[in-house]
Design a binder for this molecule. Structure first.
Ligand code: 5RP
Length: 217
């Protein structure tokens, strides 16, 4: 099945769910890149924040109003956030961060009343598998790495927040336990495991249809 077609279907369905006057967090990745023109075409009055420079530039080029999400003067909550996924489990766990933007993506998802995930059907998996993206503080990096098994650094420039992008390659059999274990290592800024409780709805393009599930219900 054509993943691009399925991503576009999910993106179209998500664009139709956005209402006038919404404060909206825009994710990062190729599915979001398909979503942005569909959103802009609706001509709604929106206030947007972006999870990456790429998304910010694409959104602005389409005429969407993007505002900063840094500092105490910025929006402190959002109505909605929409983003892609790398893997989606049956239980609604989502792995994100193949593009290295998972920290900002998780902050935006958590700030939103509703977080929608849009994806093609190949992102649904029977079992979650590595890698799990990580963002690590440069300060004390060697000491942080000594406390983390099976982690490799990505050959990427620093994140927009000045941090190091890495990947955890161990098993993901118990995502809740792994999420806790990764979060409790000082120096781990964020990991790419998004729990079902964070996800309001998943829209998956499947052939010529869009399947919608609500993991947190
Ligand atoms: C970036 C992400 C992306 O949302 C994820 O990698 C999915 O990307 P795509 O829509 O290109 O398949 O988490 O950090």
């Amino acid at each position: 099945m054509d993943a691009e077609h399925e991503k576009r279907l999910a993106a179209e369905a998500a664009a139709q769910l956005v209402e006038d006057g919404t404060t909206i967090g825009l994710g990062t990745g190729s599915t979001v890149s398909l979503f942005l023109p569909l959103l802009a075409a609706r001509g709604l009055e929106l206030r947007c924040v972006a999870t990456s420079l790429r998304t910010e530039e694409e959104a602005r080029a389409l005429g969407l109003s993007v505002e900063p999400f840094t500092g105490v003067e910025a929006l402190d909550r959002l109505d909605l956030a929409i983003d892609g996924a790398d893997q989606i489990s049956r239980e609604g766990w989502v792995i994100k961060g193949n593009g290295g933007a998972h920290t900002r993506e998780k902050v935006v998802a958590a700030a939103a009343d509703r977080f929608l995930v849009i994806a093609s059907s190949d992102k649904r998996v029977e079992r979650l598998r590595p890698p799990i993206p990580l963002e690590l503080l440069p300060y004390g990096l060697a000491a942080t790495l000594r406390r983390l098994d099976l982690v490799s650094l990505r050959d990427l420039p620093p994140s927009p927040d000045g941090n190091v992008i890495a990947d955890y390659h161990g098993d993901v059999d118990d995502p809740a336990r792994l999420a806790t274990a990764l979060s409790t290592v000082p120096g781990v800024v964020e990991h790419g495991l998004f729990p079902p409780s964070l996800v309001t709805e998943i829209l998956v393009g499947c052939g010529d249809a869009v399947e919608r599930t609500r993991p947190s219900e």
